[in-house]
Ligand binder design. Structure first.
Ligand code: AMP
Ligand code: ZN
Length: 463
């Protein structure tokens, strides 16, 4: 019996899919805005999403899961005000918005692969769904939940009795006092938000529509794409906790405006990853990526393991000491798994069943990964070394996705930066560019490694 915590009801609920006949779960996850490299905080949310997927499949459900890619620039504040994030990034890097979207999409997909985050059944790019968004906006207008101004189409929040309080218990007066809301005399209520925005001349991403050249508001993306693939009401919607007060409240408002229904039954939100007990921020220089971890000799899967150390509904604190310990623990876990693989003892079947029940109860209790990991360690540490325990660990690893059966690499574990330089040097040598090859050798030397050229290729020695 799978139980999931629902932000909408504030309760752990017994999960049952809407489509019982086909045992099919329909799920939507808010995807990345591709204007920058994704950081390890983002990855906490997507590792959770992936773990939830695998727990659902482990329980025998089929999945139809959509994740979007926000490649239309939404604005720097959640309330769709300020500068367009994609356009800003493009301007700063002297690239087109489309190049920016492509570059960061490829980058996050590489990180997902390294973290064993599997592909969702459908990956929906916002720019491929502009027509669906336009239709959705027209529907809200037709139903009388939105109005036109000289700037575009706005959602009329006064039409909903409990706007902004479905998920978050927001008090609109508090919101009003706290938020930086642009004064716009054409808006009927201060919290009315843009659905469809008339593009100023200099705006790059814009599409011809019933109101001339326009671009969509951020929230409408998810509403239009989830409805297209999953219908008016689907099973589960996921995102980070920052999505609760505005983005998801607005998705609900839009769906009520268009279809009269709350679009998802269960809303699940991942708490934030913090760094050294505080916020990650560019100005503090502590926005780390998976590549930053690799450059310090940390494997991406050690980060996946690290995220299992706290429940997804509690804050998780990242420190370099903690991630290094996670790497050591993961190495030990793999070593222990190998001992069972090669073990010749006979494990007791009732014990196997007990471990299995404990693990199942943990993952099915609202994806309690810290508890699940404790069971994994109990099995790994079993004195009796048995192939049956190995098989059990492999079964668990379907959800964990930590490559527990990974063979220790024969090469020394050196940082990604060095690996990249070695690759670059190999290419330089193939091109007979020996001055470049020497330059790279010196660079590697300055980073603490010596390269030797042998018949087998480049060999590395730590200085
Ligand atoms: P964004 O591209 O900003 O929409 O973020 C992508 C996802 O990462 C969203 O679901 C966010 O809620 C989530 N997210 C952003 N920062 C963090 C963080 N520090 N910890 C966990 N999740 C985060
Ligand atoms: Zn969304």
């Amino acid at each position: 019996m799978l139980k999931l915590y629902n932000t909408l009801t504030k309760e752990k609920e017994i999960f049952e899919p809407i489509d019982k006949e086909n045992n099919l779960v329909r799920m939507y996850s808010c995807g990345l805005t591709v204007y920058n490299y994704a950081h390890i905080g983002n990855m906490r949310t997507y590792i959770f999403m992936d773990t939830l997927r695998k727990v659902l499949k482990y329980n025998g459900y089929k999945l139809l899961h959509v994740m979007n890619i926000t490649d239309v620039g939404h604005l720097t504040s959640d309330a769709d005000e300020g500068e367009d994030k994609m356009a800003k990034s493009a301007r700063e890097q002297n690239k087109s918005v489309y190049e920016i979207a492509k570059m960061y999409t490829e980058a996050y997909q590489k990180d997902f692969k390294k973290l064993n985050i599997e592909d969702t059944e459908i990956l929906a790019k916002a720019t491929d769904h502009i027509k669906d968004m336009e239709e959705y906006v027209k529907k809200i207008l037709e139903n009388g939940y939105a109005y036109e101004t000289s700037k575009g189409v706005y959602f009329d929040t006064s039409k909903l009795k409990n706007y902004g309080r479905m998920l978050s218990n927001n008090n609109l007066d508090d919101l009003k006092a706290g938020a930086r809301i642009e004064v716009d005399n054409e808006k009927r209520n201060p919290h009315d938000f843009a659905l469809w925005i008339k593009a100023p001349k200099e705006h790059i991403m814009k599409w011809d529509s019933f109101m001339g050249l326009c671009y969509p508001g951020w929230h409408i993306e998810c509403s239009a794409m989830s409805r297209k693939y999953l219908g008016d009401v689907f099973d589960i919607h996921t995102g980070g906790v920052d999505h609760i007060p505005i983005h998801h409240e607005n998705e609900i408002a839009q769906a009520i405006g268009a279809t009269g229904k709350v679009p998802a039954k269960i809303w699940m939100h991942v708490e934030f990853l913090q760094i050294n007990g505080g916020k990650m921020s560019k100005s503090l220089g502590n926005v780390y990526t998976i590549t930053d971890l690799e450059n310090k000799g940390i494997e991406p899967l050690a980060y996946r393991y690290f995220t299992f150390s706290a429940n997804y509904r509690t804050k998780l604190n990242f420190t370099w000491d903690a991630i290094k310990s996670a790497q050591v623990a993961l190495n030990r876990l793999r070593e222990a798994t190998k001992q069972h693989k090669n073990g010749v003892d006979e494990a007791d079947d009732t014990k196997i069943q007990e471990y299995l029940d404990r693990f199942n109860n943990a993952v099915n209790d609202d994806i309690n990964m810290p508890l699940a990991i404790a069971v994994v360690w109990d099995v790994a540490r079993e004195q009796v070394k048995s192939k049956k325990y190995f098989d059990l660990l492999m079964k668990f690893d379907y959800i964990l996705s930590l490559d527990l059966d990974k063979e220790e690499s024969k090469e020394e574990n050196y940082p990604q930066e060095i690996a990249d330089l070695l690759e670059e040097r190999k290419i330089a040598r193939q091109n007979k560019d020996y001055s470049k090859s020497d330059e790279i050798r010196d660079k590697i030397y300055s980073l603490g490694y010596e390269v030797k050229d042998t018949r087998e290729g480049q060999m590395l020695k730590k200085l």
